[in-house]
Ligand binder design. Structure first.
Ligand SMILES: Cc1ncc(COP(=O)(O)O)c(C=O)c1O
Length: 369
């Protein structure tokens, strides 16, 4: 699905130098690279604060803790998504309210959000799935109308933008807090685990920083009950190098997507990913929908031809055994359930060659014709 070796080969001298410099400094934890990375990323996003942490799941948990949510509070989040947002809620004793998504964009449906609000709703977590923005105007309108904070899960959408009232901004700068993951296969990935939170409010940023560091303001003075959630210096040094290449990587992903579009355009049994006009899609995934129950057969055919493909996500969250107690047994979210049977993500990364895409598409065409 990704070719991290090809990407490394291109920038190996920069990466090796960055890693060696941390090793020589021995500042493995909270070294300078972490602060530099936070600053450089905040400039890249035009965000006021970036707080690095250990991974994207911790980032979600820290965001919920920073907003002061309490057990029993409800958090509205999509059912067709990665598990992390619902998991962070469940771990804190919060109730994830799982709502349906748009089949066109795969993203949470703003109308569905509004229909699921109750007096207990204390947060909305839209997930910018596969690299494309949710409908942030509509979501922020709901947030303001009902005074409910928003945490943008931007793990899959670093570098993506959204245009609101003529102004284009990075995703992650709309909500009260946003979260990022630097898992190796992410558009900006490190060589291990990493994550970050983004926010514009000084007091909230200070609280997040404390929470991520055992709740301590000063060493051994604990103001809050927190977590140990750190980005280590080697990962920060790697991310600093890769951040310099991120725009180039995004452009390459978008070019790969346009070649897929061109090659698969005329297929009746495939629905191609739709790009919203007011958002820049960064194609963390290139996810097609395969109709007429042909998805699994196509996946197998690709596998036999040596082509990787992945089903993100095979089971909607309200259908997961561990989460079934959050919903009634007859709870149905038709679009999420249908998508889990239709979606197939094709290889997508910054070093995907045109001839590889052409080969993948020829296998798809031959199978479906
Ligand atoms: C949408 C989304 N949110 C959160 C996460 C969690 O990130 P991490 O794996 O760094 O904990 C991921 C990672 O796959 C993700 O895709």
């Amino acid at each position: 699905m990704v070719d991290l070796a090809a990407q490394y080969n291109d920038i190996s001298s920069e990466i090796d130098e960055a890693i060696h410099s941390v090793i020589k400094s021995t500042a493995f934890i909270k070294g300078q690279d972490v602060q530099y990375f936070e600053k450089e990323l905040s400039e890249f996003l035009a965000a006021k604060h970036v707080i690095a942490c250990a991974n994207g799941t911790d980032a979600l948990q820290l965001a919920l803790m920073a907003l002061g949510l309490e057990p029993g509070d409800e958090v509205v989040t999509p059912a067709f998504s990665y598990i992390a947002a619902a998991e962070a809620c469940a771990l804190l004793g919060l109730k994830p309210i799982l709502v349906d998504v748009s089949k066109k964009t795969f993203n949470i449906d703003a109308e569905e959000i509004e229909s699921k609000l109750t007096e207990k709703t204390k947060c909305i977590i839209p997930v910018h799935l596969f690299g494309q923005s949710c409908e942030m105007d509509a979501i922020m309108h709901i947030s303001e109308k009902y005074d409910i904070p928003v945490i943008e899960d931007s793990a899959q959408a670093i570098g993506a933008t959204y245009t609101s009232e003529g102004r284009t901004r990075s995703l992650g700068t709309f909500g009260d807090i946003a979260t990022l993951s630097f898992f190796p296969s992410k558009n900006l990935g490190c060589y291990g685990d990493g994550g970050a939170l983004i926010c514009q409010d000084d007091a909230l940023a200070h609280k997040i920083r404390l929470l991520a560091n055992h709740g301590q303001d000063k060493k051994y003075h604990h103001e809050l009950i927190g977590l140990n959630s750190r980005l280590d210096s080697i990962q920060a040094a790697i991310l600093r190098v890769k951040l310099r290449h991120l725009d180039d990587y995004t452009n390459k992903r978008r070019t790969a997507a346009s070649i897929y579009h061109e090659q698969l355009r005329s297929m009746n049994e495939i629905i191609l990913p739709a790009e919203m006009t007011n958002s820049k899609h960064v194609y963390h995934q290139y996810t097609i929908r395969v109709l007429n129950d042909k998805r699994d057969g196509l996946k197998q055919e690709l596998y036999e031809k040596g082509i990787a493909s992945t089903i993100y996500y095979p089971i909607a969250i309200h259908k997961q055994r561990a989460y079934s107690h959050f919903v009634e047994s007859d709870y149905r979210l038709g679009r999420s359930e249908e998508l889990s049977k239709e979606v197939l993500s094709l290889p997508m990364h910054s070093h995907l060659r045109t001839d590889a895409i052409e080969y993948i598409c020829s296998v798809i065409r031959n199978y479906l014709n």
